[in-house]
Design a protein around this ligand. Sequence first.
Ligand SMILES: C[S@@+](CC[C@H](N)C(=O)[O-])C[C@H]1O[C@@H](n2cnc3c(N)ncnc32)[C@H](O)[C@@H]1O
Length: 219
Amino acid sequence: MQEVAAKLITRHREITSPRTFELLGLDWDLLPGVYAPHLSQSSALYAEWLPYPLHGSFCEVGSGTGYISVLAALRGCASVTALDLSAAAVENTRLNAVRHGVDEVVHTAQGDLFEPLTSEDRFDLIYWNSNFVEGEPADALERAFFDPGYAAHAAYFRDAAAHLEPGGRLLLGFTDLGDENRVRALAAEYGWRAVPLRAAKCAAEKGHIEYRLLEFQQR
Ligand SMILES: C[S@@+](CC[C@H](N)C(=O)[O-])C[C@H]1O[C@@H](n2cnc3c(N)ncnc32)[C@H](O)[C@@H]1O
């Protein structure tokens, strides 16, 4: 599991200047140090699986390049809030919102999980394609892969309810490279029950990786 993450991190470190990539038939900006969606088979899956709330509000935690936030706007969300700990990711999301003409719909902010929000900010859907491996990140790029002690996951479950509209939905993109049982147990501590929405096994260098879109519902 660490080996797969290490290989992916090495491929990210080869990206040392701004460039573009193609995903879902569209071109996207990519800044160095930002999680590169075209290097993972999960990116197209999550883009298709997400139940974007039509005319509603969408919040993406950890937006990275912002391709999901931009797609949410293009697919009819009335307002999109894209948050990331990484300043480079926030700038990358802004660039892609401008590139695709949705910068008036996609609002970006930098900070730890929901910290940039006010208590008034509530959403029909909150989503995080999380840094799913439990471990110590060496730098900002590795924060896209590792969550020490799953502390950020715990905080996600602790704080999300305060930012959901009545009937709002809480989603998490996760993989079998992470410890899903541990994450489910953390969620349960804050009253959430995991409901698998979609899953797909993709061929990998050694065996396969399973990508999962999980919904968390209040017990
Ligand atoms: C696996 S990447 C996903 C990026 C993007 N959503 C995508 O699917 O391509 C996880 C993202 O979460 C961000 N992140 C990690 N910890 C965070 C935290 N505590 N608060 C906000 N964002 C965080 C990382 O900087 C990274 O951009």
